[in-house]
Write a protein that binds this ligand. Sequence first.
Ligand code: GCV
Length: 717
Amino acid sequence: MSLPGTGTARWHPAWLPPEAFRAIGTRRVLVHGAGPLVDTVFEEVTRACADHGGRARRTGATPPAGTTDSAGPPDGDGGGGPAADEVDATQVALVLRGAGALPAVAGDAPVPAGGEPGALGDEGFLLTRDGAVTVLLADAPAGLLYGLFHLVRLGETAFDPARPGAVHRPAVRRRMLDHWDNVDVHPVMGQVERGYAGGSIFWRDGRARRDLARLRAYGRLLAACGINAISVNNVNVHATEARLLTDRLGDVAEIADVLRPYGVRVHLSVTFAAPVVVGGLATADPRERRVRDWWARTTRQVYQRIPDFGGYLVKADSEGQPGPFAYGRDHADGANLLAEALAPHGGVVHWRAFVYDHRQDWRDRSTDRARAAYDHFAPLDGRFDDNVVLQVKYGPMDFQAREPVSPVIAAMPATRLAVEFQVTQEYTGQQRHVCYLGPCWSEVLGFRPWGPDGHRVADVVAGVPDRGRGGDLVAVSNVGDDPYWTGHPLAQANLYAFGRLAWDPRRDPRAVLDEWIDLTFPPTTTGDPERVRETLHALLDDSWRTYERYTAPLGVGFMVSPANRHYGPDVDGYEYSRWGTYHFADRDGVGVDRTRATGTGFAGQYPQPWSTVYESVDECPDELLLFFHHVPYGHVLRGGSTVVQHIYDTHFAGAEEVTAMRERWRDLAGLVDPALYDRVGERLDEQVRSATEWRDQINTYFFRKSGVPDAKGRRIH
Ligand code: GCV
């Protein structure tokens, strides 16, 4: 592995290997504009040109320390002041409008509709041409940075004279990653809760790691896929982590300093009990003046240290975390308390809607965990301050491979909402299994809660009149200190896809994968780019559905091993637990009755047409049948098969598909980096083992329960 500008690298370059910058790095590039993010753009361009023989030049700014206004590569090769003919020879101009007069090379570039000066917003950019010059224009420095990475993604095609001009803007204003990283190693959860990529890149054994070079590389990767916010500690806030808000704030400020040049703002998970835990007060009651003063004072201090601090992320009254209920207050009281403290500084509160009874009695059929978020939050719509973002997991349960879209998303038009995904693969193979989640997220974002003619989830998040005030897309990070960042090298695709879909939720996840493949395995380096692309598509495209096929069937969820922390099968592992995650299989049938007529009534939380569709055993989509209905094993699915035969068929098929994936990977021997090849190969061996285990346990379980043999006579134990 080698990194741009370094010797032996400690980490894989992921989607930013030096080769990815070849197209821009071979050209004469002008960067025009002022400010730290433009400095970053210029540094990137300068490095690319140094690597590939082009020339970088800067106008419109006092140059950053250590360079000259007309610098070529930093080692001086090709540097020196630009002669007039060199200026004329500019091939690419990245221009921040408003930073003095436009350079002549970009002055006559046609501006596509919507790209008029001032119209591009904080992060947008437009790509056009002025004669022979490719011109990228932005109205704000972040737009220039995102524009640069757009050019990198496009490669040579960016410079095609026939390329029509186009305006690009993110659909969602905040595209955020939440790290569930602990500062102290937690006795049960370790350094990173649900982390499958080694330790934390921020913290180790109670201290800040201060691996600033790596943090910077991380910021660069995030910016290159469009992520602009991050929270740096677990939503379960323990004693040490609570102090990040106060006497350990310097650690957070240091991370913010490193990520700032890449446009990534830092947020902090805080405990609702902070006034008590670190503030020395006797109460955290949101109605108490001294509590409000404490938050105001503490938050002011945060902003003195980190002027662009993003805000607080709060898990309250959830899974044992403290919250406003202790004081007889509700979630709006709690969230608005923090919002009030953050508002003068432009900060936001992400208040999580993941609230349910985690001490449920499995004998109690009237309590339904799936109902909980809606029951708690829908009545509060309209009561949250403008800088509160209610953060809702995409499904009503907990990041299962298949869930319906959370009904909360359609129920709170007067509240800002963030939809939360889980890039870390807690329930989807824990980065030992290939499971490309782009198609899952794309389905969620494209879901239309009000039926075929209505708005999509992505529209609600972006903001639509009467339906949604606009909010964010958020995901739990899958990154750790592993050299490949994500444990499984192919899990990098999930992080990349989250960022790209958050920027543009309408993108086809296969096209996103194409981008990721071309950047990570540049065609010029692999010897057989077609084979690399085809093989990676063959492994990744359908891997989420393959995973679904060999694990819990038809949307029923869980069936994972509590002992192995949610890895591998254990059909009844949670059946008699307090977590509310049951499948209710008996000798006659399986599934959870969530209908209004005879069940928990959860189906009634959806607007039409979905409440009717989900209520009906005949209309309910097969893949969600057992989420909404308890049916006999002989129930015939819309697809024509019985439930139990479907279980057998999908489990045999899923396990076979994984074996085929492993075979397919062998096509890449000698074509990709050998260490990466071996790492993926080892994980595929484990995936084959695990998928076989899933197949056998699930099939055997249902065969024993139902007594129904496999119609195809295959071996069931
Ligand atoms: C951070 C699930 C996970 C927990 C996680 C929680 C949450 O319950 O298993 O590890 O806690 O979700 O999202 O808050």
